[in-house]
Design a protein around this ligand. Structure first.
Ligand code: CA
Length: 226
């Protein structure tokens, strides 16, 4: 059972989350301080962290920043105000999703499930003969046996494409895979991430073109060109 760490100082909100998540079969731990959450994650890593932004000790932003020094665990922010969303998106703070209070606990549980599904390793990429090998735990993808030095966003993009070979993903869908809101004017940043991703792939195989561009549509992974 995936274990979810809830970091929220309001007991009533934490209670509704615990109830909804346990109803979906998740196990939960509830803490109300950022520092305690960091300590907990070091000792007993959860599979996903739900992190309130307004905490009594250090903010959720700061907690996430410190967390990212040692963990790539998925983080979903709880935000009290719409204005805080801009910071989450704008700072690329390493969040996988966010919800604004008041939220539906059932929707949060559904999104948690979606994030964990996105992170789950797929059998097709585990085969040792595969051109691409995805190591979820180490946030590492190897191409033709060579580990790629990918940024977090490049990793997510490539992982998303590899999961469904030949499927054409729109920029909006890829933004979704990154956990970035599609209306944030970020679509063009997908192109720059793809560009740097391709440059890294070419260092391994100069003439292969595993990521295909579909004009006006988006991108796909083509195993035949790998
Ligand atoms: Ca709070």
């Amino acid at each position: 059972m995936p274990h979810i760490l809830i970091v929220e100082d309001e007991a009533a909100i934490a209670d509704t989350l615990i109830f909804a998540l346990q109803g979906e079969g998740f196990t939960t731990t509830w803490l109300s301080l950022g520092a305690a959450a960091l300590e907990h994650q070091r000792m007993t890593p959860a599979d996903l962290i739900i992190l309130d932004i307004g905490l009594p000790d250090i903010s959720g932003f700061e907690t996430c920043k410190q967390l990212r020094r040692f963990s790539e665990v998925p983080v979903m922010f709880l935000s009290a105000r719409d204005g805080e969303i801009d910071r989450i998106v704008g700072l690329e703070i390493g969040a996988d999703d966010y919800v604004v209070k008041p939220f539906s606990p059932r929707e949060v549980a559904a999104r948690v499930r979606a994030i964990l599904k996105r992170m789950a390793p797929r059998g097709v990429n585990e085969s040792s003969s595969a051109v691409f090998q995805v190591d979820i735990d180490r946030v590492q993808i190897s191409y033709r046996g060579q580990p790629l030095g990918l940024t977090r966003h490049e990793f997510r993009l490539l992982q998303c494409l590899l999961e469904q070979p030949e499927r054409v993903f729109s920029r909006e869908q890829l933004l979704d895979a990154l956990g970035v809101a599609a209306d944030a004017g970020y679509e063009r940043s997908i192109d720059s991430h793809i560009k740097s991703l391709r440059a890294k792939l070419r260092l391994v195989a100069a003439s292969a073109e595993p990521i295909q561009t579909h004009r006006g549509l988006g991108y796909s992974y083509s195993p035949g060109n790998s």
